[in-house]
Design a binder for this molecule. Sequence first.
Ligand SMILES: [Zn+2]
Length: 374
Amino acid sequence: MKGGFTGFIGSEIYRGSSYGAWHPLRVPRVSTVMDLTRTLGWLGSESYITSPRAKPAALSHWHDPSYLAALVKAEAEQQVSTETRDRFGLGTHSNPVYAEIFRRPATGAGGSILAGELLAQGGVIHHPAGGTHHGMPARANGFCYLNDPVLGILSLRRNGIRRIVYIDIDAHHPDGVEMGLAGDPETLMISVHEERRWPFTGDLGEDAGGSAVNLPVPRGLNDTEMALIRETLILPLVDRFAPEAIVLQCGADAVEEDPLSQLSLSNNAHWEIVAALRPLAPRYLVLGGGGYNPWSVGRLWTGVWAVLNGIEIPDRLPPEGEAVLRAIAWDGHRLGRNPPTHWFTTLRDAPRDGAIRSELRDRLSFLRQREGLG
Ligand SMILES: [Zn+2]
């Protein structure tokens, strides 16, 4: 693989897979991105990589073998004992037993592990099924059964890459990744997440032994505020760290229409970060993450692939692209009843600019001062 390679890691396992009729992850996400990018002629077979399913031995680079055995058993038996539920967090409302409870996360993790191998020689990989940033070594957490970002970073390490920056712009704090990287002087984690929201970690002062920069942001975060965060915090920190690889968790739940959080970005904010980080390292892995409005997720991540490939995003989708978005159903949610037309006909949201609030400026100054950025 040459340094200019741009690949997409996907799998058919995500199509039709659901955490259950009432779970936020009952909606299609990765399959929409695969269908839409192909329909638009943006994803040829030369760029598409089928995600392998990681075996327990590969997953045990970070996860506890007893937990992995419980996960495999839960899939086989389609139920768990009370003891397994209490010990490993499996079979709860958040982390239910479902048909592909081992195979689906093991495929996501296999994709991130493979990305670490493929990127050894340089390049860009988009792996939208990755980004399960809450997974713990021996416990399911926050819809995440495994932690593919940590496994991907460890894979980069095994392939000779030392200095790695992990950036997370999901609405939720990446508690699992922070724990996995804590105290490691060769990694830098930067997270922007909604304040006072689950998992309630990632306070402004929390630096994980010097390896993490956490910026909790107020409800209603707008594009103007995110641009300031990008220009005065994220890009200067990444530039100074001079990473050999960048891993971006590009969760899609910080947009206005997401049902699980209360930030107000447009997808332009995400795409601008995706584009701005690209020249800062020779290796770039862009993962997915949260995102519970199926139209927002499909449009945002399809746009990520366009940005990574320098493809111009059309103002209006051609009819066949629109048909992919019109075929999505979001049962059991009021936003699914009468979606606005632009969720079908466009990829790009209208910008959501706004005032920059003083508490955000204060937090940015605090972090810039602490990190020696002046
Ligand atoms: Zn999230």
